[in-house]
Design a protein around this ligand. Structure first.
Ligand code: GLV
Ligand code: MG
Length: 339
């Protein structure tokens, strides 16, 4: 069977912007750990091969007094661990307006730059933040003699960052992807929530009254607080050929709502999410992998569509060039995940 690439290449009109051919790859699950927490750090080697990304977090959730310890812990873990082919090592540095970001970048690139795949930059406000990190990385990589560029991932967690999302996504060829940071974003927007991601029981629409009786029992429907931002982020990433991700889901016990939130993000175009606890790893891997049924259906459409143009009927439904492209997106992701 022909691969999605064989189809997308001749489809000069209307094919999605190709994904960057930098050594970026989709990662369904970015698993966060605190390198200053000895108990958590000890579990890292056993997780190699079980998650797409292990991310040593230096920013929020690490106590200010432990920032140096976290940085040193990450250097030690990076040096002492073979991450193999299946798992990448990322870090989340402190924000660029903090006293730690420069030392985070300098130390990590100098000491373990050969092990680091992606640097996640929090609270990115605009392309200037990415330009700063990009130039600094270029100097540090040259000094360390690194052969492979370290990629950059930005968290969208300020109102200004959301307003500048297209420029951020296209700010450097190092850009690997963007994540939603719902907790910081909620605070920056002065939303009246107190959670890390997910929904809110008060964010509702109510069914119209029947016969004008507003006191009659009426259905309410909870709305997704993050739809607008995820959709903007997905569009910016698609435009620049990089990967969009959901972010943290803080209610570790509510695996059902977590799965729903992850699935919404997947359906809207995200390729993965963060996991804050091992229980979220399996959910993320399942949700962000195209299902066997979707892949089988996509293959049938590709087979039925011949040269990829015109319309055919399959199981009573019309398929055409556009539904074929959706199927190719599904198959391309399946291929990338299998690679
Ligand atoms: C993540 O960093 C968030 O603020 O949600
Ligand atoms: Mg944040």
């Amino acid at each position: 069977m022909r691969s999605p690439k064989d189809f997308f290449a001749p489809l000069a009109v209307g094919a999605p912007t190709p994904l960057r051919e930098v050594p970026a790859r989709p990662s369904r699950v970015i698993h966060f750990f605190d390198p200053s927490n000895a108990k958590m750090a000890a579990k890292v080697p056993a997780m190699v091969g079980t998650v797409d990304v292990l991310l040593g977090n230096l920013e929020d959730a690490v106590r200010a007094a432990r920032k140096e310890a976290a940085r040193a812990g990450l250097v030690e873990i990076a040096r002492g661990t073979d991450f193999g082919e299946a798992t990448q090592l990322w870090t989340r540095i402190n924000s660029l307006d903090s006293p730690w970001a420069l030392d985070d970048l300098t130390t990590l690139v100098t000491e373990v730059g050969d092990k680091l795949d992606v640097i996640m930059v929090p609270k990115v406000q605009g392309p200037e933040d990415i330009h700063y990190v990009d130039r600094l990385l270029a100097q540090l990589e040259a000094r360390a003699g690194l052969q492979r560029p370290i990629l950059v991932h930005a968290i969208l967690e300020t109102a200004r960052g959301v307003a500048n999302v297209e420029q951020i996504a296209g700010a450097s060829p190092r850009m690997q992807g963007l994540s939603l940071g719902p907790a910081d974003l909620a605070a920056d927007r002065r939303m009246k929530t107190t959670r890390v991601g997910g929904g809110h029981p008060g964010y509702l629409v109510r069914q119209d009254p029947v016969d004008g009786d507003i006191n009659a029992n009426r259905q309410t429907y909870q709305q997704d607080l993050w739809h607008y931002t995820i959709a903007r982020m997905v569009d910016a990433c698609a435009m620049h050929g990089i990967f969009p991700y959901y972010g943290p889901f803080g209610d570790i016990q509510d695996v059902v709502a977590c799965e729903d939130q992850f699935r919404n993000a997947f359906l809207l175009g995200c390729v993965g999410t963060w996991s804050l606890h091992p229980v979220q790893v399996e959910i993320a891997k399942r949700v962000f992998s195209p299902s066997a049924e979707d892949v089988a259906h996509a293959r049938r459409v590709v087979a039925a569509m011949g040269d990829g143009t015109a319309a055919v009927m399959l199981d009573g439904k019309m398929e055409d060039d556009a539904s074929l492209k959706q199927c190719l997106v599904m198959l391309e992701l399946a291929e990338r995940l299998a690679a």
